[in-house]
Ligand binder design. Structure first.
Ligand SMILES: Nc1ncnc2c1ncn2[C@@H]1O[C@H](COP(=O)(O)OP(=O)(O)OP(=O)(O)O)[C@@H](O)[C@H]1O
Ligand SMILES: [Mg+2]
Length: 170
């Protein structure tokens, strides 16, 4: 948690260092899925375009963001529900979606969950450990790499968190 707070404080003051390099997302997404599946014992399916999707990002930081999102997806869904990691691209952007079929997030909370220490105050959430820093960090890391993080969710149906990053052009 201290490390998390330090990251946030650094990101705020613009001192968080990013090593931006071309990253092959097809590989990164597959690695995060395999690793998370092994550690969590949850099925994590990858649905990726056949095309290579290359962005410019900091590999470790991006991995940290994806692990955070997968951790949430696992934590806020039932143990039999698989998680999906979906990779696609459009003309300008790479898109990574982390989808769960879990408890979902009511609309009034959807903007606020990216705030530090904010957690949805419902028994389903409160019964899970956490400090409410994961998404605040994910957002500042993604934005520090010139990307965006967005959310679509419906209570009882699940959530999709989407990371949008610029495509790398040689
Ligand atoms: N996939 C999800 N499904 C349902 N609710 C979610 C999901 N991801 C996040 N949330 C809600 O948003 C809140 C904030 O998430 P965040 O990851 O920042 O904190 P946390 O998971 O509670 O703690 P931690 O600091 O360990 O990540 C959560 O407490 C939960 O209420
Ligand atoms: Mg979390």
């Amino acid at each position: 948690m201290l490390q998390d707070l330090l990251d946030l404080a650094r990101a705020d003051s613009g001192h968080l260092h990013f090593r931006l390099n071309p990253i092959m997302l097809n590989t990164l997404v597959a690695e995060v899925a395999a690793m998370s599946q092994k550690v969590s014992n949850r099925l994590i399916h990858v649905l990726a375009t056949e095309e290579d999707v290359v962005t410019c990002a900091d590999q470790d930081r991006l991995q940290q963001v994806l692990i955070n999102l997968v951790d949430n997806a696992i934590k806020y869904s039932a143990s039999k529900q698989p998680i999906n990691l979906i990779l696609e691209k459009d003309d300008q952007c790479a898109l990574i979606h982390v989808r769960d079929r879990g408890i979902g997030i009511p609309l009034p909370h959807q903007q606020r969950i990216f705030e530090r220490f904010y957690r949805v105050d419902e028994s389903m959430t409160r019964s899970r450990d956490g400090t409410g820093l994961g998404l605040a960090i994910a957002k500042s890391l993604v934005e520090g790499m010139n990307g965006r993080i967005t959310l679509r969710s419906k209570p009882g149906e699940g959530s999709i968190f989407t990371i949008t990053l610029p495509l790398w052009h040689p």
